[in-house]
Design a protein around this ligand. Structure first.
Ligand SMILES: Cc1cc2nc3c(=O)[nH]c(=O)nc-3n(C[C@H](O)[C@H](O)[C@H](O)COP(=O)(O)OP(=O)(O)OC[C@H]3O[C@@H](n4cnc5c(N)ncnc54)[C@H](O)[C@@H]3O)c2cc1C
Length: 344
């Protein structure tokens, strides 16, 4: 059997898991190193036709239609497709992580979780709240998840004529599969930064040495609330985390968390390369900075040359006015019933 790498893409309602394009690109890189043209792809989940087309593969895509999320059963099905593949790679999305542990157990292989880079001989993974990047030599077959946003990649062009090989879902292996009760949009206050779709980034421009510790601290609290009102999680630069205003787990960058939001709003962030390498590829970037020539301003779709603390205070005041009008309050924690189109 071939040791061609396999990348597994879970999908729900025609939507491939977060980080799918990066996982495919990483697996393809390994495949080329091992002498193959590209990695083998297996998709599992619901409404896979459009998913297979979006992957833009030249070779056959294995598809297993499965309506409800039954990770043990899915893993059992996928294990038989992994064969002798030295590397089995999944996106580090919620479903990818859930499947990877089960797959590693069934295949009796080590699991390297939430890596920032993966090859056939070595993986890199952040450790100790992302303060350390660990390089681990690997020998023999393994399963790995790639953290979403870990690498840049282009979204492949859709394939009109994709070759699909359909496989059946394995019989149920356990009686106690997790039951889906509801799908809920992630709470920006608690969501892991790498899963956050909107992020407000706090830079050194938010704090002032002329202000007391308390004043600076309360400004970060206000920014957190402004972010939450917009459905955005708080991230920060290293200058801010080193100053102790924001937890190190919320530091974005090469020695912090790698993110890939749809929207990034930077307040007083210079845009140093160590910060922006962790930003992924946001669809929209807004930057508030007193220096119009700051690199973050050049990266922004909307660059606002103004004072960050005053902007934060003005936004908080406007939001306070809006919360007195209940109809205008943003819906942040919309609950979605099972079977609906939307997913987390
Ligand atoms: C090995 C190494 C690893 C690193 N890893 C990371 C990392 O993971 N993440 C990270 O973020 N950094 C990292 N850094 C640090 C990085 O190089 C930068 O120093 C840092 O990102 C700068 O943070 P900053 O933009 O908040 O601060 P500054 O560079 O001080 O920039 C502050 C910005 O705020 C603006 N400003 C000032 N006052 C105001 C105001 N009143 N209103 C609006 N704007 C204002 C300024 O014009 C400036 O653009 C690393 C550095 C090294 C050497």
């Amino acid at each position: 059997m071939s040791n061609r790498p396999v990348v597994i893409i879970p999908a729900r309602s025609g939507e491939p898991a977060l980080g799918w394009a990066e996982a495919c690109a990483e697996a393809d890189g390994i495949a080329v190193d091992l002498g193959f043209e590209e990695a083998a792809v297996c998709c599992i989940g619901s409404v896979l036709g459009p998913v297979a087309a979006r992957l833009g593969r030249g070779s056959v895509v294995v598809c297993c239609e499965a309506q409800s999320f039954e990770p043990a059963r899915w893993a059992e099905t996928l294990a038989s497709e992994c064969g002798e593949a030295q590397v089995v790679l999944l996106p580090g999305s919620a479903d990818g992580r859930d499947l990877a542990v089960r797959l590693a157990a069934i295949l009796r292989r080590p699991l390297h979780a939430q890596c920032s880079s993966i090859s056939a001989v070595q993986v890199e993974r952040p450790r100790y709240g992302s303060t350390l990047l660990e390089r681990v030599p690997v020998a023999g077959p393994f399963v790995a998840t790639l953290a979403p946003g870990a690498r840049a990649t282009e979204t492949p062009a859709e394939q009109d004529m994709v070759q699909v090989r359909s496989i059946d879902l394995a019989p149920a292996v356990i009686t106690a599969e997790p039951q889906l009760v509801a799908l809920q949009t992630p709470d920006p206050a608690t969501v892991g930064l790498s899963d956050a779709r909107r992020i407000v980034g706090a830079g050194a421009g938010v704090m002032s040495k002329d202000d007391s510790l308390e004043v600076n601290r309360s400004r970060f609290e206000v920014l957190t609330q402004v972010g939450l009102a917009c459905g955005a999680a708080l991230g920060a630069t290293r200058v801010v985390t080193d100053a102790g205003y924001v937890d190190h787990g919320r530091q974005i960058g090469s020695t912090g968390v790698v993110v890939d939001p749809d929207l990034y709003i930077a307040f007083g962030v210079a845009g140093a390369v160590q910060h922006t390498t962790g930003l992924g590829n946001p669809d929209h970037v807004i930057s508030v900075n007193t220096d119009p020539h700051a690199p973050m301003m050049a990266l922004a779709d909307l660059a606002i040359t103004t004072d960050a603390p005053r902007t934060i205070a003005a936004l908080a005041a406007q939001l306070a006015e809006r919360t007195t009008e209940p109809a205008a309050r943003p819906e942040l924690h919309q609950s979605i019933t099972p079977g609906s189109e939307a997913a987390t």
